[in-house]
Structure formats: structure tokens, C-alpha cells
Design a protein around this ligand. Structure first.
Ligand code: DCP
Ligand code: MG
Length: 346
């Protein structure tokens, strides 16, 4: 239902980390168009316009009402002339979009190495991750994410009973579908976390549900300042997995007729394993959305002279690292109101 009284424009911040954005998007028709344009500019390495379109989309997503006429957007941040043209040519953009993307097929241009493998010669065997391409290019449902959570939870706690496991990424923000399922796992004992991750992988392998695994050992160096580059991956131990999920494990069953017949589907799972004293930074960094993360870092840098990434928060004025055990600590260090995970769908 639409709110009848629009939010006063002056209260909308240019930073996503100062807006509350739920999964209910009242301006999807516009934000879809902006995102198509952002992707096409990204594809052509035009970072400036790409970011401008992403920011415009993000501002519209935060509005509790639907934009009805162009004048009301004039006072909103990040909706320059550039973007306004798009609203006017919306029908054309939507046609283009329909032609380029279909249904729930997710964009294959993702951050994960599986999608960036080099082209293969026709006579060489397919990498094993490609065997599951059909399954993993289909969205994962909340029920499937829940079922995977149970599997990971069992494995983690069988190895380390007091381990800390948290669902993160889009499902933590309350999304109904995702392209993968993201978890953070750590141990109360500092330094035991990496061993836990390798043991979990071994256990999944022995259970016969590990279809593919790409493991990266930790290269974390605590003396380094937080990175300026947003897209740089963090340095904690992590693994990109493809797991076999049985129909019987999913409440309400699997999504497609073919998977139903087979009785299982393949799902992408990411596990990241930071030392416990970095847990809050990693949780905040992996909870997303991407735009929320980008703006958190930009806000820290521009408004507070601080550097934030998935490892740490550094105050450039005081020349010191600021410790945090919870996400709330980090928001407080930044002088930001706390934003709940389900309000971070920027
Ligand atoms: N992330 C990041 N920097 C990267 C990659 C990811 O900060 N280079 C963060 C932001 C993402 C989160 O990690 O929100 C999880 O990454 P995903 O690609 O899994 O994104 P989501 O879980 O938000 O989306 P989806 O539902 O499509 O999985
Ligand atoms: Mg995800």
C-alpha cells in the first residue's frame, strides 16, 4: 500500500547508510530501468555514469511512495538531469530490458570466480562448476537457504560446538530470493577459525554433498589500513562452494519440475571465516547491499575522515584503529543511526 504523505525531500540523505530501505520497492519500474543502464555502463567500463545510475536507483528504492510526476524528484539527491531523461524514456528502456533479461535468470556477471572462468576450447572437458550452470543460474529461495543453513549449522557445530555461525548477504536483509547463500563462521578462540573452515569442507565432502569447492586461505594482515577500493575482496579465509541440496530437506520442495524429478538441486554457497575480533566488520561488510556498503565507506571517508572495510575501521585524524564487537559499535563510531539489516536493501 502506498503512503499518501510523501517523505519531506530534505530528509532524504545522499548516503544509503542514512536511509532505511526495505525489500518493498515502490518504484521498481524506474529502478529496474536505472539498473539496466548501470549494468550496461559497467560493462563498457564507464564507472562514473554507472555509479550515478546506481545511486539514482538506490534513492528511489528508499522512498515509501511511488513517484507519480517528475517534479517531485527534483529535490531528491542523486537524481540529476541524466537520470531524469531515463524516467521520460521509460517505455523504451523497459522494452530493452525485456529483451536482455528474462524471468528470474540472474546476471552471470557476478563477483565469483566461477562466472569469470576463461572461455573453454570445445575439445577440453568442462570445468566441474559448469556442470551445474543451469541450477546455479536459477535463484535460491528462502526455504532453500534455510535448508542449507541447517546443513551448515550441523557441520559447523559438530566440529566446534561453540562456533558462531551467521547467515549474511541478501537473505539476512530479508530477501525472498538470492543468487547464493552467504555465511560467516568463526570461533570464540582467536586463531581457530581457519581450521574450522577446512574441517567443515572436509565434512561436507565426506557427506557426499560437496559438488565443487574453491578455497582461499587467509592473507589477512592486521597492520594494513582499510582498503580504499570497494570492490577488493577481503583477505579472510573463505570458500566458494556448490552444494547438493536434497528435495526432502527443503520445506515445500524444490522449485523446478526437473529438479523435482531428480530429487535435488545444486546451490552456490559462500563461507567466510574472519578471526572473532573482526567478526562485526565482516558481518557488516557481507550483509550488503552493495550500494549500502559503498555508501557506508564513502560516508566514513568523506564525512568522518575514516577508512572502513570488511577488516577494520581506521580514524585518520586520531591515527588509530577503532575496535568493534557488534555492528552497532561500528555505526556508533561513525556517528550514524543504527540501520537494521532488513533496512539495508539500498
Ligand atoms: N560484498 C562486498 N564486496 C564484494 C562482494 C560482496 O562488499 N566484492 C558484500 C556485499 C554483498 C554481500 O557481500 O551484499 C554478499 O554478496 P552477494 O554477491 O552474495 O550479494 P547479495 O547476497 O547481497 O545478493 P544475492 O541475493 O544476489 O546473493
Ligand atoms: Mg548472496
Amino acid at each position: 500500500p502506498e503512503a499518501t504523505t510523501p517523505t519531506p525531500m530534505s530528509t532524504v540523505s545522499q548516503y544509503a547508510c542514512q536511509r532505511r530501505t526495505t525489500t518493498q520497492n515502490n518504484n521498481k519500474i524506474f529502478t529496474d530501468a536505472f539498473e539496466v543502464l548501470a549494468e550496461s555502463h559497467e560493462f563498457n567500463d564507464m564507472e562514473g555514469p554507472c555509479l550515478a545510475f546506481r545511486r539514482a536507483a538506490s534513492v528511489l528504492k528508499s522512498l515509501p511512495w511511488t513517484v507519480q510526476n517528475l517534479r517531485v524528484t527534483e529535490d531528491l539527491p542523486c537524481l540529476g538531469e541524466h537520470s531524469m531523461c531515463v524516467i521520460e524514456v521509460r517505455p523504451i528502456v523497459l522494452c530493452l530490458q525485456r529483451a536482455n533479461t528474462g524471468g528470474r535468470l540472474l546476471s552471470a556477471r557476478r563477483t565469483h570466480p566461477i562466472f569469470t572462468l576463461p572461455l573453454i576450447h570445445s575439445d577440453s572437458p568442462l570445468p566441474r562448476s559448469f556442470l551445474h550452470y543451469g541450477d546455479i543460474s536459477r535463484a535460491v529461495s528462502k526455504a532453500e537457504a534455510q535448508a542449507l543453513g541447517n546443513i551448515i549449522d550441523e557441520a559447523v557445530h559438530a566440529i566446534t560446538p561453540d562456533a558462531i555461525l551467521t547467515l549474511t548477504g541478501g537473505f539476512r536483509r530479508g530477501k525472498d530470493f538470492g543468487h547464493d547463500v552467504d555465511f560467516i563462521v568463526t570461533t570464540p578462540q582467536l586463531g581457530k577459525e581457519e581450521r574450522l573452515l577446512t574441517s567443515v569442507i572436509d565434512r561436507l565432502k565426506h557427506q557426499g554433498i560437496l559438488l565443487y569447492c574453491e578455497y582461499q586461505a587467509s592473507t589477512f594482515d592486521e597492520s594494513k589500513l582499510p582498503s580504499h577500493r570497494f570492490e577488493a575482496m577481503d583477505h579472510f579465509a573463505k570458500c566458494f562452494l556448490i552444494l547438493r541440496l536434497e528435495d526432502s530437506q527443503v520445506d515445500g520442495g524444490l522449485q523446478t519440475a526437473e529438479e523435482d524429478r531428480r530429487g535435488w538441486r545444486a546451490v552456490r554457497v559462500d563461507l567466510v571465516s574472519p578471526p572473532v575480533d573482526r567478526y562485526a566488520f565482516t558481518l557488516l561488510g557481507w550483509s550488503g547491499s552493495r550500494q549500502f556498503e559503498r555508501d557506508l565507506r564513502r560516508f566514513a571517508r568523506m564525512e568522518r575522515r575514516m577508512l572502513l572495510d570488511n577488516h577494520a575501521l581506521y580514524d585518520k585524524t586520531k591515527k588509530e584503529f577503532l575496535a568493534a564487537t557488534t555492528e552497532k559499535d561500528i555505526f556508533a563510531h561513525l556517528g550514524l543511526e543504527y540501520i537494521e539489516p532488513w533496512q539495508r536493501n539500498a
